[in-house]
Design a protein around this ligand. Structure first.
Ligand SMILES: [Zn+2]
Length: 302
């Protein structure tokens, strides 16, 4: 049973929008692509554990705090006898481990060693469980999901699951019968209630309204080449059609995430969407889909 679904992090969503609307530096683009790749790996992992028949609770994307230290867990699987937690890596290509560090063979680029990250998480997770007076057995794993990943000099005694071992790992889990009781449910609920929704340490580049390109983007190909025709907007790049009202609402959601302190007003969204000529139309769409606060000139939507 999945108790907490996985969705894109706010950081990834914002970076997607910025990728489209701002000139990012190479480093920022690289960071964005890494986020995209990481998320893709996590989705692949979700598909993998979908067919696990055992009684289990699955909790995704938890950000927890213990003694002022934050730690993030990609996935927790609670089984009868053990809590597994996973750090999922979607690295592709040849890598090697050299004294505590992870390198790409091709580019020699150094990566954070996920085992060190995992050990930190494990320590903090155990502390948290202790604080909750829970003494379940905990096992952490770094799982490399990408079949095109090879790790040279991989130590044998480390909590690593390589692509060629994933199938066997889950077969072994299947061999252990699992029956959950109230204690498991209580633990799962406690963990979810402790989730911190706002990750304090993201690497989103700073930007302001003026820098950000305005206009509605194509829902299919992200281009700005949209024309309005009747009730629809049509992309001149890929031919995609979308109802204007839908496209405007989508753009409002983007605006809200990029500028959380700005008010959603007819003027602001008219300027933001750019291609919808009529202000009345924008006002009508906002009025239909959002809650109006205040009256006349100073009204805004939530
Ligand atoms: Zn398009």
């Amino acid at each position: 049973m999945i108790l907490k679904e996985r969705i894109e992090s706010v950081e990834l969503q914002i970076m997607r929008y910025l990728m489209n609307r701002v000139n990012l530096t190479e480093k920022e683009k690289y960071h964005y692509l890494n986020l995209e790749k990481g998320f893709e790996g996590e989705i692949k992992f979700d598909q993998l554990i979908e067919n696990l028949q055992e009684e289990k609770y699955i909790i995704n994307d938890l950000l927890l705090e213990v003694n002022n230290s934050f730690f993030q867990i990609d996935t927790i699987i609670i089984l009868q006898g053990v809590i597994h937690f996973f750090e999922i890596k979607n690295y592709e290509g040849d890598y090697y481990l050299d004294s505590e560090k992870l390198y790409s063979v091709k580019t020699s680029r150094e990566y954070k060693n996920p085992i060190i990250q995992l050990k930190r998480t494990e320590t903090l997770f155990r502390q948290l469980l202790q604080n909750l007076n829970q003494n379940f057995l905990v096992e952490g794993h770094v799982l490399f999901i990408n079949p095109e990943f090879t790790l040279y000099q991989a130590p044998m005694d480390q909590p690593i699951i390589l692509p060629t071992q994933i199938k066997r790992f889950f077969q072994d889990i299947k061999k252990m019968p699992s029956k959950l009781h109230d204690g498991h449910r209580k633990l799962a609920q406690q963990l979810i209630s402790l989730h911190q929704p706002n990750y304090p340490f993201t690497s989103i580049p700073s930007f302001n309204y003026e820098q950000v390109r305005k206009g509605i983007t194509c829902v299919n190909c992200n281009s700005f080449s949209l024309l309005t025709k009747g009730w629809k907007c049509i992309c001149s790049e890929c031919g995609q059609e979308e109802l204007i009202s839908k496209a405007v609402i989508r753009s409002v959601e983007e605006f809200k995430l990029l500028f959380p302190t700005e008010k959603i007003t007819t003027n602001a969204i008219h300027k933001w969407c750019k291609i919808v000529q009529s202000k009345q139309r924008i006002g009508y769409i906002l009025g239909k889909h959002f809650k109006k606060v205040g009256n006349h000139r100073w009204s805004y939507y939530e």
